[in-house]
Design a protein around this ligand. Structure first.
Ligand code: ZN
Length: 412
C-alpha cells in the first residue's frame, strides 16, 4: 500500500442521526447510502498517473471527500479505498513518447496528485493501492473466474485472458445502456471490440501477456500485466469485501469501467459489487470539454504555483452539484476568492447571529445528495447577517468555523 500522510481529521459534530443520501446511477434516483451505524465502505477509482491533476479530477475527489465527511459527521466510521492505475497503456505510451521510465513517471505524477489533494484538504483514503502491488490479488481473482468458466484465452498471436462480460448476471444494470450504445462507448473508451479471437466484442481484457519492451510480472496466467477493470474489482473485493456501500468515479467511468468491474465481481462472488454507484459530472473550460488533446486543462498545481488559495479552488468545486456538468471560469474563481474572504471576516469579527439554524441547514443540504452548492449559500447568508451584527457571541463563530472545517473541508 502506498503511503499518504493523513492531516488532522474532523471529529463528528452531529448529535442527531443523519442519513446521507446520494444519487445512485444504477437505480437513477437518490437513495440512502452508507449504513445506520458502524462502518461505511467506499471505493473511488483513482488516477492513471501520467499527467497532472486537472479540475475534473479535483471535482471527483472533492465530491467523494464530501461524502466521506458527511458520513463521519453522521457518526460513522469510513473505510475508504482508492486505487492508482500505475501500469496501463496510456501511462506506458506517455513514458515512451517523452523518453522517461514509466515507473518514474507514475511515481512523480502520483506524488503530485497527493500534494494537490492535500492542498485541497481531501482526507486521504485509508488504503491507496497501486495496480502493480495488486497483481497477486488479480491473479487469484482471474483463477477464481476461470474455475467458474468466466474467462478464456483468445485465439490470437498473444493468448491474452478475457472475461465473458455478457454472460455475467446483472451485466448492464449499472449503466442501463443498450448493446449498440455499449459497443460505441466501449470502442471510444479504451475497449477493443474488434480484437481477433474474442467470443463477444464486449468481452474485456483481464490479463495481458508480455510483449517485448513492456513491463510484465510472473503469474499463474503467464507473464504479463492486469487489465484495467479487473484491477479495481480485485482491490475492492480484497480491501472492502462484497457489496460495499458506494463505488464512485467520474461519469466517464460508468461504462465500460464500472459496468465491467461489477460484472466481474458478480461472476466471482455471486453478490452485487456495490450497493450504489455515484458518478461525478465532467468539468469543462469556458464552455468547452476539458481535455488533453484540446490543450485546455486547468491544473490544480498550476493554480497553486500562481498563488491561488487552495481553499478558494475548493469552494469553486463545492459550488457545483456533482450531477451537473459545468465549466471552470476565472469569474467563478474570483467570486469564490471573495466568498472565502467574507467568511474569514465573519468568523474573525463579531457576530450575534445564532449558529444553530445554520448548522442544521448546512447538514441537511450535504445529506441531500451532497448539495454543497446549497450549503455555501447558507454560510453566505450567515456571513452577510453577521456583518450587520451589533454584539458578539464567540461560541457561534467557533461553531460555524468548525462546521465549515469539518463538514465542508474549508479551513477559515
Ligand atoms: Zn476503477
Amino acid at each position: 500500500m502506498k503511503s499518504w500522510p493523513s492531516p488532522s481529521l474532523p471529529s463528528p459534530v452531529s448529535t442527531t442521526p443523519t442519513t446521507v443520501n446520494a444519487h445512485d446511477t444504477a437505480r437513477d434516483r437518490v437513495v440512502p447510502v452508507g449504513t445506520e451505524s458502524g462502518t461505511a465502505r467506499l471505493y473511488v477509482c483513482g488516477i492513471t498517473p501520467y499527467d497532472a491533476t486537472h479540475m475534473g479530477h479535483a471535482f471527483t475527489y472533492v465530491t467523494f471527500d464530501l461524502l466521506n465527511r458527511a458520513w463521519r459527521d453522521a457518526g460513522l466510521q469510513v473505510s475508504y479505498t482508492q486505487n492508482v492505475t500505475d501500469v496501463d497503456d496510456p501511462l506506458l505510451e506517455r513514458a515512451t513518447a517523452t523518453g522517461v521510465d514509466w515507473a518514474d513517471l507514475a511515481e512523480e505524477q502520483t506524488d503530485l496528485f497527493r500534494e494537490d489533494m492535500t492542498a485541497l484538504r481531501v482526507i486521504p483514503p485509508e488504503r491507496y493501492v497501486g495496480a502493480v502491488e495488486a497483481i497477486p490479488e488479480v491473479g487469484t481473482l482471474v483463477e477464481r473466474l476461470a474455475k467458474a468458466g468466466y474467462v478464456y484465452q483468445v485465439d490470437d498471436e498473444y493468448r491474452d485472458w478475457y472475461f465473458t462480460t455478457t454472460r455475467a448476471a446483472g451485466f448492464g444494470e449499472v449503466s442501463s445502456y443498450d448493446r449498440a450504445t455499449m459497443l460505441d462507448v466501449f470502442a471510444e473508451r479504451g475497449g477493443d471490440p474488434d480484437r481477433t479471437g474474442k467470443r463477444d466484442p464486449l468481452d474485456c481484457l483481464v490479463w495481458r501477456l508480455e510483449r517485448e519492451g513492456e513491463p510484465a510480472w510472473e503469474s499463474p496466467l503467464g507473464r504479463g500485466r492486469p487489465g484495467w477493470h479487473i484491477e479495481c474489482t480485485a482491490i475492492a473485493l480484497e480491501t472492502l469485501g462484497e457489496s460495499f456501500d458506494v463505488q464512485g468515479g467520474g461519469t466517464d467511468l460508468l461504462f465500460p469501467h464500472h459496468e465491467m468491474s461489477a460484472a466481474e465481481a458478480v461472476a466471482a462472488t455471486g453478490e452485487p459489487f456495490a450497493k450504489a454507484y455515484v458518478h461525478v459530472a465532467m468539468v469543462g473550460l469556458d464552455g468547452e470539454k476539458m481535455s488533453k488533446s484540446k490543450g485546455n486543462l486547468v491544473l490544480v498545481s498550476r493554480l497553486r504555483e500562481q498563488g491561488v488559495d487552495p481553499m478558494a479552488i475548493r469552494l469553486v468545486l463545492l459550488g457545483h452539484h456533482h450531477l451537473t456538468e459545468w465549466s471552470w471560469t476565472s469569474a467563478d474563481l474570483d467570486a469564490n476568492v471573495a466568498r472565502l474572504a467574507s467568511w474569514r471576516a465573519a468568523v474573525s469579527g463579531a457576530t450575534s447571529v445564532d449558529a444553530e439554524e445554520t448548522v442544521r441547514a448546512v447538514r441537511a443540504a450535504v445529506a441531500d445528495d451532497l448539495h454543497a452548492d446549497r450549503a455555501l449559500e447558507v454560510i453566505d447568508g450567515w456571513a452577510a447577517a453577521s456583518s450587520q451584527a451589533s454584539s458578539d457571541e464567540p461560541g457561534a463563530r467557533q461553531t460555524v468555523r468548525d462546521l465549515v472545517d469539518g463538514l465542508l473541508g474549508v479551513a477559515l
